[in-house]
Write a protein that binds this ligand. Structure first.
Ligand SMILES: Nc1ncnc2c1ncn2[C@@H]1O[C@H](COP(=O)(O)OP(=O)(O)OP(=O)(O)O)[C@@H](O)[C@H]1O
Length: 266
């Protein structure tokens, strides 16, 4: 069963949460055309946490938008075996006139879930992101970190809702969600995200510029080339010792620099 925003370009997969096969994306036409992605092949297993790394402008956001069904690939196929993917951006993008709880509840309302069930789910999700006490506050009354927690709870509400797709695994797409936060808040939220992710069983595709963040969060780190983006290398980074984690960060940083400088020299 497919559950996407655009059923004509995103097809069902069986053994993966999402599979991209030869995906190209070009914006515009003629001399002004910009090719953002050129032949991306990528599989993400159900429940897997994949971090996407690459230079600025290499097409990371474009890739997430394609998987979310917000854009159509110019060529290639995207296969999805997930409930409708949930998307989380750099900015929390909460509705300022709604309370934190009402923001989390919104996707459940839009999915037609009855009020009692909505309220219960919202309470559970706020508890999951450790915001039980502030459900009645509006976004401007919350810190940046708290707003991103609300955004995470809202994303989970839309990914995990008990609609017709409830039996499918879910998929979280995150585009640098912590990059606007200070270092300490970011560190706390990275731990919280891992806790929430492991308790939900959702697959996650997390875009970042930060190699250390990618190695800390991901089970796999996927490096895209400079624009046009395609997968150039990947590293399995699950359960590394602190020493191996440090060594892996160094290796990936070196490779990222090579990718950026080869593009600059081209
Ligand atoms: N709607 C659009 N129309 C035209 N060009 C676009 C559009 N969206 C993205 N692009 C171009 O596609 C390329 C890839 O953009 P994208 O935002 O996906 O990169 P990114 O890797 O996410 O960048 P960053 O890390 O800086 O956020 C860029 O050159 C961008 O200008």
């Amino acid at each position: 069963m497919t559950a996407t925003l655009d059923e004509s370009t995103v097809r069902p997969a069986t053994d993966h949460a999402v599979r991209l096969s030869g995906v190209h994306k070009t914006f515009g036409q003629g001399e002004r055309a910009v090719t953002a992605l050129a032949g991306v092949d990528l599989d993400v297993a159900p429940g897997e946490f994949v971090c996407l790394l690459g230079a600025s402008g290499c097409g990371k956001t474009t890739l997430l938008n394609l998987v979310a069904g917000l854009e159509k690939p110019t060529a290639g196929e995207i296969y999805l075996n997930s409930s409708r993917p949930a998307v989380m951006f750099q900015e929390a993008a909460l509705m300022p006139w709604l309370t934190a709880a009402a923001n989390v509840e919104l996707p459940l309302r839009l999915a037609g879930i009855p009020r009692t069930e909505r309220r219960t789910r919202t309470g559970e999700l706020l508890e999951l992101v450790r915001l039980s006490g502030v459900g009645g506050k509006r976004p401007h009354e919350l810190s940046g970190g708290m707003r991103q927690r609300v955004a995470l709870a809202r994303a989970l509400a839309s990914a995990l809702h008990t609609g017709k797709d409830a039996s499918l695994p879910s998929l979280l797409l995150m585009d640098e969600p912590f990059s606007a936060l200070d270092a300490i808040t970011r560190d706390v939220l990275q731990s919280e995200l891992l806790r929430v992710w492991s308790s939900t069983g959702a697959a996650a595709v997390f875009v970042t510029h930060d190699v250390r963040e990618a190695v800390r969060l991901g089970q796999r780190v996927v490096l895209l080339s400079s624009r046009p983006g395609r997968v150039v290398q990947e590293w399995w980074v699950r359960n590394l010792s602190p020493a191996d984690e440090e060594a892996t960060v160094t290796v990936i940083n070196q490779r990222l620099r090579e990718v950026i400088s080869s593009h600059a020299a081209a």
